[in-house]
Design a protein around this ligand. Sequence first.
Ligand SMILES: [Zn+2]
Length: 398
Amino acid sequence: MTMMNRRQFFYSGAAGAAMLTRATRGFTAAENYDLIIKGGRVIDPSRKLDAIRDVAIAGTRIARVEADITATATETIDARGQLVVPGLIDIHTHAARTAEGPGLCLADGVTGWIDAGSQGADHIGDTVAVAKSAPQRGRVLINIGRAGILPEGDTMDIARADVSAAKDAIAKNRDFIVGVKARLSRDVAGANDFEVLNRAKEVATGFGLPVMIHMGQTVSELPKLIRLLKRGDVVTHMFAPPPNSIIDDRGKILPAVLAARRRGVWFDVGNGQNGHLRWDIVERIMQAGFWPDTFSTDWNVNSPTTGVIDFPNCMSKFLGFGMSVDQVVARATVNASRTFDVFRDRGTLKVGAPADVAVLELREGTFEFLDNYQNKRTGRRRLFPSATVLGGKRIPRT
Ligand SMILES: [Zn+2]
């Protein structure tokens, strides 16, 4: 252990007494770690690290990230030829719709997720219960529509955007509701979009929480909606095709969108299945240099059979639009950790951090990637989930 690493460790913000005890034991006793991930290409954008390293884990924390750690370990993962990255954080999923959701996406490397508005005030207890019992850290956004996602449109009836019901639900579940979701497209909110967003903001502001908007194909012009967003709010489905996409017909990002990013609004992918992603729009927005802050899948239990497949697949799509592997990893790890406070200590492999790790395989070949319109693009590289470590424990393969 070098002095630099030792210093980094002892001054790491999360260091409590228990951690220090564990660390001291790690340094002085004959070194034996609980788990060592050996020989992988460690990509940790939080520290600008991209190199072959071993990752040693003691208990639930990252203990060392160094070349050739010779200490013994109770368990070893041979990661040679694979990528070792911080556990993936997916900020737009519907993982809390069913009890099995969290375990399924955990196998894809997702060690933190947000359920983005599956339920509103009437049934928020259902999603909160799934989050509470999830193996990994999961939190929910409350849908401003009190009945949650409805086939006829969550807030087509504006009475469903019930401010006091949402406030009551948050007050009762402060630890698990981390924001408010406003789904604003024409088939969800109709002409109510602006009022729905105002109500979502009213609810969120009272608790100091962010709002996530689902944009694209809205009745209102996008700038009118986006001007309501403040620092820390999230725009998901940023690659939604017109009407009301973030780019105009001549390939210019709308000034209101640029202004929103400047004031600290996050722009998120939200891959999804219908209406949210079309390759020609992705191409133009990426070419305009307006890259996503975060990736997310809009994951559901049926995702393996849709164009989503899994989070590593959604990440891989952007390798074909000029992004490097570490830029892709950043958006699924350190960037995502900044969007919701609950993930502040995640998305990193720094010494002392929770030992959440995704081992991914970067395969070369010919791979087809789907948008939401059955258009295919071919890529030469694709990431596959290989192993997940959560809180220092390797997740058994399912
Ligand atoms: Zn969604």
